[in-house]
Design a protein around this ligand. Structure first.
Ligand code: MG
Length: 174
């Protein structure tokens, strides 16, 4: 089985204007998220989520709250049939000086160790330059999806996709 690494907020679910998915009512899938994940599942790909959750450091939600909300996200994605192997979370703020906040590659490297994944042959997909750089820093191939709630470009991404479905098709066909 192949693995794709995905950012969550702004990539699979719509990033709210305040960029904090801190309650269940703020979970909104993109229109093509289920189709995209089903496409991956149909081509024998599983996914791992790598997500920065600065809202935890800010006290907007605690880790339990995050897990409850994330459980709801996984429930909403279940109809796609995709296997989510694991979700790795950075609970810190970008200013905390932690080791795990993307663009640092720490969580990607940890996932590779945990699941014995060849990172050089794997893709990281996300809506921000920090996702692309985390992938680059981990020695991976990267795709920027243009689904952030702000304009984002990346000179470092191997491919820029208009949406997640286009991104996963690129992964499967490359
Ligand atoms: Mg994002």
């Amino acid at each position: 089985m192949n693995i794709v690494f995905l950012d969550r907020d702004g990539t699979v679910i719509i990033d709210p204007p305040d960029e904090r998915v801190d309650k269940e009512s703020k979970i909104k899938l993109f229109p093509d998220s289920i189709k995209a994940l089903a496409y991956l599942a149909g081509h024998n790909f599983a996914v791992i989520f790598i997500t920065n959750q600065a809202g935890i450091a800010e006290g907007r939600l605690n880790l339990d709250g995050f897990q409850r909300i994330h459980g709801k996200v996984l429930e909403m994605l279940a109809p796609s049939g995709v296997k989510v192997l694991e979700t790795y979370v950075c609970p810190h703020s970008p200013n905390d000086g932690c080791d795990c906040h993307k663009p640092k590659p720490t969580l990607l490297l940890q996932a590779a160790r945990d699941f014995k994944i060849d990172l050089a042959g794997s893709y990281m997909i996300g809506d921000r330059q920090s996702d692309v750089l985390a992938g680059v820093n981990a020695g991976m191939k990267t795709i920027l999806v243009k689904t952030a709630n702000v304009p984002v470009t990346s000179a470092e991404a191997d491919y820029t996709a208009p949406n997640l479905l286009d991104a996963v098709k690129y992964v499967v066909n490359n």
